[in-house]
Design a protein around this ligand. Structure first.
Ligand code: SF4
Length: 362
């Protein structure tokens, strides 16, 4: 069995680490490129949401390069993500590919089902060792997420621009080298010491932007159009509503992003009183949080035809008016290009800088 999964940011690194510990032959699926997008668009239903098309493209490239078994997470709830595995399987069979397909239902659907599906992939592992490997890899990925959050927030304060970005790269390497759980605490300490060792000017008042929206766009660099490093290079301090380990984690506490599901619901309540699937409610909750925290603006990313974040987009108009915070909602589809996204962001930065100047004059 040569197992492949679709890409979603650092998910590949986490799974490569996990499967190597469990002795599973995990395929290095080519990273998402224009070709992946074109393949996904060719085989997927026209009105499918963008992440479905891209993950189909990932699977086609995995099968072309030697994978024979495809793994996809299942899902529950009103969002179309719950149907992805079934649609991917059908689309690829109709396209003539031969493969085995495994759907991993999330633990909240049932722990027994979750563990027995993993045991199917790693028959030589005991249930306890599966639990231990998942726990150890997850904790390591969580430290990497915490480093990323720190990088996004602090790079704008560097006395010498670029120092935090270099420190972040070095810190990541230290944590990625960890193979045994007892090494993680020291690696975490060393990694954060490197980040904290950068000389910063905390009197500086950089523009602060919160990035919210649909989880796949917020986690997959190809469809985030490198906006985070782009903003950091322009001296902006960034925060993001979704991190990988919060999204896949077994609890709803979201320790990396720092806002639990309950806190998100309370923040969103004046605008949206119930879940609408996907990240619709989370987008509103995070937007209210950023507004209350005095951020200068909010960037909202949503895929074309995404129902939950389309609802959020409409409600964000009210959040923007009530708190006087600019919101830039960008709908992303397979035609969206990096240059266009960066041009819109450039104008958004000008708007926020002008607002700052007008406050200073009054
Ligand atoms: S959140 Fe939106 S884009 Fe993402 S899977 Fe659900 S419907 Fe599709």
């Amino acid at each position: 069995m040569r197992l492949a999964t679709p890409h979603m940011g650092s998910l590949y690194d986490l799974l490569a680490d996990l499967f190597s510990r469990m002795g599973v032959d995990y395929h290095d699926t080519p990273r998402t490129t224009e070709r992946t997008v074109n393949l996904g668009v060719k085989y997927s239903p026209e009105f499918a949401c963008l992440p479905l098309k891209i993950t189909v493209g990932n699977f086609v490239e995995a099968l072309e390069t030697g994978a024979d078994t495809l793994l996809m997470i299942g899902g529950i709830g009103p969002c179309r993500f719950g149907y992805y595995a079934e649609i991917q399987k059908r689309v690829l069979k109709e396209a003539g590919y031969g493969f085995d397909f495994i759907t991993l239902e999330p633990p909240k659907v049932g722990w027994i089902n979750f563990i027995s599906t993993i045991k199917q992939m790693a028959p030589g592992c005991s249930v306890y060792s599966i639990y231990r490997h998942i726990r150890d890899c997850f904790r390591k990925a969580q430290v990497l997420d915490m480093l990323e959050k720190k990088w996004l927030e602090l790079a704008a304060y560097d006395e010498t621009p670029g120092d935090t970005t270099k420190a972040y790269a070095a810190a990541q390497e230290i944590v990625k080298r960890v193979t045994r759980p007892e090494e993680l605490a020291d690696a975490q300490h060393d990694a954060f010491s490197i980040m904290d060792g950068v000389r910063r000017d905390h009197d500086r008042k950089p523009l602060r932007i919160g990035i919210i929206g649909e989880f796949y766009l917020l986690l997959e660099p190809f469809f985030k159009f490198d906006i985070e490093p782009w903003l950091i290079k322009r001296g902006v301090s960034v925060d993001r509503g979704v991190y990988l380990t919060d999204w896949i984690g077994p609890t709803t506490k979201n320790p990396v992003a720092g806002m639990s599901a309950g806190e998100i619901e309370i923040a969103a309540d004046p605008y949206l009183k119930h879940t609408v699937g996907g990240d619709g409610l989370a987008s509103i909750g995070h937007a209210v949080h950023y507004a209350k925290e005095g951020f200068d603006g909010i960037v909202h990313l949503l895929p074309f035809t995404c129902m939950p974040d389309t609802i959020a987009k409409a409600l964000l108009v009210n959040v923007s008016e009530d708190y006087g915070i600019p919101v830039l909602s960008m709908i992303v589809d397979e035609q969206t290009g990096k240059a266009g996204v960066h041009t819109r962001l450039e104008a958004f930065l000008d708007l926020m800088a002008n607002r700052r100047r007008s406050w200073t004059r009054t």
